[in-house]
Design a protein around this ligand. Structure first.
Ligand SMILES: Cc1cc2nc3c(=O)[nH]c(=O)nc-3n(C[C@H](O)[C@H](O)[C@H](O)COP(=O)(O)OP(=O)(O)OC[C@H]3O[C@@H](n4cnc5c(N)ncnc54)[C@H](O)[C@@H]3O)c2cc1C
Length: 397
C-alpha cells in the first residue's frame, strides 16, 4: 500500500524547510523529501544577508514581499531559537551602503527616493561614515545608513526550520523524487525510485534543479543555475560595528562566530561562456572570483590585506528569467504548487514564501500585505525558451 501525507514537500533547502515549518504549524501531516541532505544545495552557501536595498527588490510587489520577509525574521528568529535550542548567529546592527564612485551615489540615491517611505534610511557624508568605522578607505564618498539591517547563518537557519518542522510532526526522508502521480489533471502524489507517496498537495521546492519538473507538469518551470561565490576570512582586528555593502563591491560582514564574510560574485563576474556550464562547475571555487572578491574587499577596507582565507564557498542560485520567485499553483494541474526561482534572495524570502504557501493551501489565499500575482507561475505560460543570459548578467548580489 502506498504511503500517505497531507502535503509532500520536494526539496529540503531553505524554501522547502520554511514551507514544511509553516504547514506543520497549521497541523498538516507533512512529508519532506530531499535527494541529498537537508540544506545541501544553495542554502548552505548563502551569506544570510537580509538587505532590502540594491536592484533585486524593485518597486511594487517584490519590494512589499521583501519588506514583509524582513519583518517576519525579526518576529520568528527568537521563536525558532527557543523551539530548537539553536543559535542562528542572528544580528541586526544596522548597516552602511557605501559609494566609492560618483556613479554609485546615483545608484544608491535613486532607490532611496522611494525606499525611504517604508524603511528607515538616510544619506550620510564621508565624515559621518568614518565616525562609524574609521578604518574604511578614505575614498568613501558617502553612504546610505540603515539602522535596521540584519544577517544570520543561512545553513543554521535551514537546519532550524527543518528541525522545528520535525518537532511539529513533519517526517523528512532522503529520497529522490522521480515524477508525479496523477489522476486526470490532478496530482495525487509523488513517484520515488521504488514506491509512491500519496497526498492532497505537492509543493515543488527544488531550487536550481526545478526545471526537471517541467516534463512532470507539462508546463514550463523556467529556472536554471547561476554561480555565486563568497569568502570567509579570519581577521584579527576588531569586528566591523555595522553590516557593509556597496553596489560594485558586494558585502563585508563580521559574523557573530568571529569570521568575516566577503563577496558575493554576480552574474557579470563570469564570462558568458562560463555562466551556465553546469552545477558541478558552479561548485568549483575559482581563482578569479577569489582575486576579484579580495580586490573589492581591500578597496573598501584596506587592512583586510592582512586577513587569512578560511573558506571559499561556491554554489548555484536558482535563477528565474525575471529574477523574481515563482510561487503558486500550476495552470491546468490541480494539487501542486511551485516554490522556486528565488535567485539571490532565497534566504531573505524564505519565511514569507513558506507562510504564503501554507496560507494558500489552507485558506486559498496568502494572508499577506502583498499582491502575490506578480509571482504566479502563469506568467511563464508562453515562455518555453527564456533568455537566461540577460537575467544572469543583470543579477546583483
Ligand atoms: C554565494 C551565495 C550567496 C548568497 N547570499 C544570499 C544572501 O545573503 N541572502 C539571500 O537571501 N540569499 C542569498 N543567496 C541565494 C540563496 O542561497 C538561494 O536563493 C536559496 O538558498 C534557494 O533556496 P532553495 O531552497 O530554493 O534551493 P536549495 O537550497 O538549492 O534547495 C533545493 C533542494 O532541492 C533538492 N532537490 C532537487 N531536486 C530534487 C528531487 N528530484 N528530489 C528530491 N530533492 C530534490 C536538492 O537536493 C536541494 O537540497 C546566496 C547564494 C549564493 C550561492
Amino acid at each position: 500500500m502506498a504511503d500517505t501525507a497531507d502535503v509532500v514537500v520536494v526539496g529540503a533547502g531553505i524554501i522547502g524547510c520554511a514551507t514544511a515549518y509553516y504547514l506543520s504549524r497549521e497541523g498538516a501531516k507533512v512529508r519532506m523529501l530531499d535527494m541529498d541532505a537537508i540544506g545541501s544545495g544553495a542554502s548552505a552557501h548563502a551569506t544570510g544577508f537580509l538587505s532590502l536595498l540594491g536592484t533585486e527588490f524593485p518597486q511594487g510587489a517584490p519590494w512589499r514581499f521583501g519588506l514583509e520577509g524582513y519583518r517576519m525574521f525579526v518576529e520568528t528568529v527568537p521563536q525558532l531559537e527557543e523551539q530548537t535550542g539553536m543559535d542562528l548567529l542572528w544580528q541586526e546592527p544596522g548597516g552602511l551602503r557605501l559609494a566609492l564612485e560618483e556613479e554609485e551615489i546615483g545608484m544608491i540615491k535613486e532607490g532611496m527616493a522611494w525606499q525611504a517611505n517604508d524603511t528607515p534610511i538616510e544619506w550620510i557624508g564621508p565624515e559621518d561614515v568614518r565616525q562609524i568605522e574609521p578604518r574604511l578607505t578614505p575614498n568613501v564618498l558617502g553612504a546610505a545608513y540603515q539602522p535596521k539591517l540584519a544577517q544570520l547563518d543561512s545553513y543554521r537557519l535551514t537546519l532550524a526550520l527543518g528541525r522545528a518542522a520535525e518537532l511539529n510532526g513533519t517526517e523528512s526522508m532522503q529520497r529522490r523524487v522521480m515524477g508525479l502521480v496523477k489522476e486526470g489533471s490532478r496530482v495525487t502524489g509523488v513517484k520515488l525510485e521504488r514506491e509512491e507517496v500519496h497526498c492532497g498537495t505537492v509543493v515543488l521546492a527544488m531550487g536550481a534543479w526545478s526545471s526537471e519538473s517541467t516534463s512532470w507538469l507539462d508546463f514550463p518551470v523556467p529556472v536554471t543555475y547561476l554561480k555565486g561565490e563568497r569568502l570567509m576570512l579570519r581577521y584579527d582586528g576588531q569586528p566591523l560595528p555595522v553590516l557593509i555593502s556597496s553596489p560594485k563591491r558586494g558585502h563585508m560582514i563580521s559574523r557573530r562566530d568571529g569570521f568575516l564574510s566577503v563577496g558575493s560574485t554576480r552574474g557579470r563576474d563570469y564570462d558568458k561562456d562560463n555562466l551556465f556550464r553546469g552545477m558541478e562547475f558552479d561548485r568549483q571555487p575559482s581563482e578569479k572570483a577569489r582575486m576579484d572578491i579580495m580586490g573589492w574587499a581591500t578597496d573598501v577596507f584596506p587592512d583586510l590585506e592582512n586577513a587569512e582565507l578560511v573558506e571559499q564557498l561556491a554554489g548555484s542560485r536558482p535563477l528565474s528569467p525575471d529574477r523574481l520567485p515563482i510561487i503558486g499553483p500550476v495552470p491546468g494541474t490541480d494539487g501542486v504548487m511551485l516554490a522556486t526561482g528565488h535567485t539571490t534572495k532565497g534566504i531573505h524570502l524564505s519565511l514569507v514564501t513558506g507562510k504564503a504557501l501554507a496560507d494558500r493551501i489552507f485558506r486559498g489565499h496568502a494572508d499577506l500585505p502583498v499582491d502575490m500575482t506578480a509571482f504566479l507561475p502563469d506568467r511563464f505560460a508562453n515562455t518555453p525558451a527564456p533568455d537566461f543570459q540577460a537575467s544572469g548578467q543583470d543579477v546583483e548580489e
